[in-house]
Design a binder for this molecule. Structure first.
Ligand code: PBG
Length: 331
């Protein structure tokens, strides 16, 4: 209590649970969650991902079961990532636009089982399909080319849309790909297929467990710094986001999540568009490691972090904790 404002007690509204509930500014619901899932070949297969405790790769039947679980939990959307068998990976990543690839088979199976009860978000980038683990095509010097890569990404996006994807999510960071994909979707009869652009995606140290999960980590030589952003840059992120909006993105993503809350906030303030965060694999793994080390209860760590994204301005969060968070929110 200060002398000049004797009656101003900000603790007053915090004194009771009912009051804290009434004054709570940010409320999470399961509809704020997008659940990333990893697909493998086979039938009845579940492979735990060693670097992501509690996360597994599932064969298509298991993915369908997860999609049904998402519907039951009130999670509106799942994000799919294939672990392509080694023999189908190639220098040019051509498996990416094979209409019978793992991704497309999973999309069709989910659609058959769940109809339009669930949104299917698909990743557009070549890294799960290339023998070198880069997101695009390499020239002779090993540089990831832009325009040639975009042409392939367009084929990949249209192939996914034909299989039944609802949201195309380019994660490759090539210039001009949102416009090219939007144009191709319109021309191929998919005007209502959305684009969620990984608009500000950083060259981050937090992607390691994901690369294990899709099997690109061991293949990747070097890094992705010639296309993913420098973690030191914020103004440049706003330029990336402005461009993707102008090119036709329905929503934009900031990735990774927690270390980039300032970017989320600035994007929301500046553009007023739907912004999503990807709480990436390394962030998940660190929460799990922290919980296992006794830093705090897993549930508390998970909900505090997810709430921070929403408070910063997110419309939703891609998180491997989606089913746990949804269960907690559903009580
Ligand atoms: C690749 C892609 C990555 C992730 C999503 N799409 C990794 C990368 O850029 O190397 C990372 C997701 C995560 O770490 O959970 N196009």
């Amino acid at each position: 209590m200060t002398a000049s404002y004797p009656n101003l007690r900000l603790r007053r509204t915090r004194a009771h649970g009912w009051s804290r509930a009434m004054f709570r500014e940010t409320v999470m619901t399961p509809a704020d969650l997008i659940w990333p899932l990893f697909i493998i070949e086979g039938q009845g297969e579940e492979q735990p991902v060693a670097s992501l405790p509690g996360v597994s790769r599932w064969s298509v039947d298991g993915i369908v079961a997860r999609a049904k679980e998402a519907v039951e939990l009130g999670i509106p959307c799942i994000a799919l990532f294939p672990n392509t068998p080694g023999e189908k990976r190639s220098e040019d990543g051509a498996e990416a636009y094979n209409p019978d690839n793992l991704m497309c088979r999973a999309i069709r199976a989910i659609r058959d089982a769940c109809g339009s009860d669930i949104g299917i978000l698909t990743d557009v980038a070549l890294d799960p399909y290339t023998s070198h683990g880069q997101d695009g095509l390499l020239d002779d010097s090993g540089y990831v080319t832009n325009d040639d890569t975009v042409a392939v990404l367009v084929d990949q996006a249209v192939t996914q849309a034909e299989a039944g994807a609802d949201i195309i999510a380019p994660s490759d960071m090539m210039d001009g790909r949102v416009h090219a994909i939007r144009r191709a979707l319109e021309m191929n009869g998919h005007p209502n297929v959305q684009i969620m652009a990984y608009a500000a995606k950083y060259a981050s140290a937090f992607y390691g467990p994901f690369r294990d999960a899709v099997g690109s980590g061991g293949l990747l030589k070097g890094d992705k710094k010639t296309y993913q952003m420098d973690p030191a840059n914020g103004d440049e992120a706003l330029r990336e986001i402005a461009l993707d909006i102008a090119e036709g993105a329905d929503s934009v993503m900031v990735k990774p999540g927690l270390a980039y809350l300032d970017i989320i906030w600035r994007a929301k303030e500046r553009f007023g568009v739907p912004v999503f965060a990807y709480q990436v694999s390394g962030e998940y793994a660190l929460i799990e490691a922290g919980a296992a080390a006794g830093v705090a209860a897993r549930e508390a760590l998970v909900m505090e972090k997810l709430t921070a994204f929403k408070r910063a301005g997110c419309s939703g969060v891609l998180t491997y904790h989606a089913p746990l968070a949804a269960r907690l929110l559903n009580g």
